[in-house]
Design a protein around this ligand. Structure first.
Ligand SMILES: [Zn+2]
Length: 90
């Protein structure tokens, strides 16, 4: 299960990139993905039904992308964008 985005403390991240965002394009793409893969009343992703788990893979990627846009680090691989991101692991 993905971690909540620390900067937003359980609240939905804003649609527009925050001022401190270092990669607005990744933010916008990830924020759209985040919005598309919300849980329904039963807790499962509204878009990925039937699903096996929640968060679904797309929502996990959205969370990673939002974190990457803010920090330049992928929370799963813990790699900085400055160390090279060839062979994208997404
Ligand atoms: Zn989904």
């Amino acid at each position: 299960m993905s971690e909540p985005l620390p900067a937003f403390d359980g609240r939905h991240p804003p649609i527009d990139p925050p001022a401190e965002c270092i990669n607005p394009l990744v933010w916008r793409l990830s924020r759209r993905l985040f919005a598309d893969h919300m849980p329904g009343p039963d807790g499962w992703c509204l878009l990925c039904r039937p699903a096996i788990t929640y968060p679904c893979v797309a929502r996990q990627l959205a969370d990673r992308g939002l974190t990457f846009a803010m920090t330049g680090r992928d929370p799963v691989t813990d790699r900085s964008s400055h160390r090279g991101n060839r062979g994208h692991r997404w």
